[in-house]
Write a protein that binds this ligand. Structure first.
Ligand SMILES: [Zn+2]
Length: 248
């Protein structure tokens, strides 16, 4: 950055040329190296920014559900973002990871009455597992040591409804919206013949399938669960009340 007239194009040019000389491979390696360093700093900070976030899987679930109860009752805590900023500048140690829908009405931090640095949240419309979602959650488990992952669906989910309409009416959608519906379609097909409330049943089945996919598609997650360091639960957020119902 230049803030003086003496800083001319002559001074800038060598740096620019040097940058341009970098091969695409070296730029890629530099980028990956930088990312790894950031991850390492985040995970290995000597002093945990939030010591109260070091919880067992069961205690983490208890804290989540207590937070949801406060949210439902309207008695949420005051979260002092300015006070926490300095601690979180040095790292993160969230006490839970959440896979939620992109729906604007579902905000996990609000729903669990949690603050910054508490939840590692991955969101995609329809809260299903794909490679990028799985990689994000593997990072939360392997590096941040989260003790619990919550797969959080919600009622009246538009993404699941899109898959229901594919299954029942052969609906098609423009662009990549179709890929969302296609990803959720197997869950719909599992319960299509037996459900009276097809959308409600598909929402629950999609959560169950996402839990199973987490448990079966990742060695990192499998090992953590087997060692008792990680619990994976599914839940459905009720739009009308804000309550999160855990599902089997
Ligand atoms: Zn949704």
């Amino acid at each position: 950055m230049c803030d003086s007239k003496t800083c001319s194009a002559v001074a800038v040019a060598p740096a620019r040329r040097k940058f341009l000389r970098m091969t695409s491979v070296s730029a890629f390696v530099a980028a990956i190296g930088g990312m790894s360093t950031d991850f390492a700093v985040a995970a290995k900070a000597k002093v945990l920014p939030k010591p109260q976030n070091t919880l067992s899987p069961d205690d983490a679930l208890k804290r989540l559900m207590e937070g949801n109860a406060r949210y439902v009752s309207g008695l949420t805590r005051r979260h002092d973002f300015a006070h926490e900023r300095e601690a979180l500048n040095g790292g993160q140690n969230p006490y839970a990871a959440v896979l939620g829908c992109a729906d604007s009405r579902i905000a996990p931090e609000y729903a669990f009455d949690s603050a910054r640095g508490d939840l590692f949240v991955t969101r995609v419309a329809g809260n299903f597992i794909n490679d990028d979602v799985l990689g994000s959650l593997e990072y939360a488990v392997a590096e941040l040591k989260v003790p619990i992952i919550v797969v959080l669906g919600h009622d009246k989910c538009g993404a699941v409804d899109a898959a229901v309409k594919v299954a029942t009416k052969g609906a098609t959608y423009p662009g990549r919206i179709q890929s969302l519906a296609t990803a959720i379609l197997p869950s719909v097909n599992k319960i299509k013949g037996e459900a009276t409330d097809l959308l409600g049943a598909a929402i629950a089945q999609n959560v169950r399938d996402s839990v199973v996919n987490l448990q079966t598609q990742s060695a990192i997650i499998q090992e953590a669960e087997k060692a008792g360091k990680l619990r994976i639960v599914g839940g459905v957020y009720r739009l009308g009340t804000g309550k999160i119902d855990l599902i089997d």
